[in-house]
Design a protein. Structure first.
Length: 333
């Protein structure tokens, strides 16, 4: 008697986990950090919306109230503390956007990759027809999309607050935190931190050491950006009276004097405090100076500096991601 085997319909056969399933698994596995991320975005966005819609007008009204109270008797300042609260909210929002990469790097390094490797979750996924490369792609793609979306929203809101209350914020456009929070550098820094954290987790495979390594590298990238940002675009050089009277919104870089011998001396403040041309010429003649010079970045250099630094960060991110996949391939070969 011949046994008869019945073939299972194709639709009933178990199929490998598709990329869509890997993405859903990544979302489910890391839902707690993702909720924290969206809570942070929501709180920061709410603060900036208040500053833009109500805070700036309240501060201006408070300023008018203070001015009127200065010339009136028996006047009560009913808006006392408004400016302090506005300054606190905008300052915290700026810092939150500027330092998001540290949180992203910590999350990616400690939980996104290292914890999965340390606990064996990744190995379990690889036995369910999910290749290591597909697993890592899902681990990176989901956070990258959410980080890009959330950071972009925060940057756009920060630009609204900055444009509306620039006269109230008391900081310059080239301030490190303000510069980062006002453009795509914030997005590039966060994505770079994500890639660095993932590579650290893959290399170390332990939660706390990966966290430390990711933060150290992220701090280094952040510091190098602050140090060399002004060199990413040609600066403007002026001489004469213009060197001693730079525009109020300019980012000063260097200043110095040119001696009658032709020697140029940097970081020399001689004669820069003279307001009139007569005083300036007298001071220069007395000190053997033939001219003054200074270099600076005008506000029009904001976008060239932003785009150049963003391009460098995204290129670095791509290189780190490529290296991460190479390391994964070698370790799982």
């Amino acid at each position: 008697m011949t046994a008869v085997t019945t073939a299972r319909p194709l639709a009933e056969r178990p199929s490998p986990l598709k990329p869509r399933g890997a993405v859903w698994a990544a979302l489910k596995l890391h839902r707690t950090p993702l909720r924290i991320w969206w809570a942070l975005v929501a709180v920061t966005a709410a603060g900036m919306l208040w500053a833009y819609a109500l805070g700036a007008d309240a501060v201006r009204e408070w300023s008018r109230s203070v001015a009127s109270c200065a010339t009136a008797t028996g006047c009560v300042d009913t808006l006392d503390g408004t400016y302090e609260f506005y300054d606190l909210v905008t300052g915290l929002a700026t810092s939150a956007i500027a330092y998001l990469p540290y949180l992203v790097a910590a999350w990616a390094g400690a939980t996104l990759v290292a914890r999965d490797l340390e606990s064996g979750t990744s190995a379990l996924a690889w036995t369910q027809s999910v290749t290591p490369a597909r697993w890592l792609a899902a681990q990176l793609a989901v956070p990258a999309a959410l980080i890009t979306a959330g950071t972009t929203v925060l940057v756009l809101l920060h630009r609204l607050v900055w444009a509306d209350g620039r006269d109230l914020l008391g900081v310059d456009w080239y301030n490190s935190d303000v510069f980062r929070a006002n453009g795509p550098v914030a997005v590039g820094s966060a994505l770079c931190a994500l890639a660095v954290g993932a590579l650290a987790g893959l290399l170390v495979r332990r939660t706390l050491p990966a966290l430390g390594l990711a933060l150290v590298v992220t701090v280094a990238v952040h510091t190098l950006g602050d140090l060399y940002r002004v060199s990413l675009w040609p600066s403007v050089t002026v001489t004469g009276a213009a060197a001693s009277n730079l525009p109020a919104d300019a980012a000063p870089l260097e200043h110095g004097v040119i001696l009658t011998s032709g020697e140029r001396i940097g970081n020399n403040l001689a004669c820069v405090d003279n307001d009139t041309a007569v005083d300036l010429n007298r001071c220069m003649s007395k000190n053997g100076i033939s001219d003054l010079w200074a270099t600076y970045h005008p506000p029009s250099h904001f976008w060239p500096l932003q785009l150049t630094e963003s391009a460098i960060l995204l290129t670095l991110t791509a290189l780190v991601v490529f290296l991460t996949f190479r390391v994964l391939k070698r370790r799982t070969a």
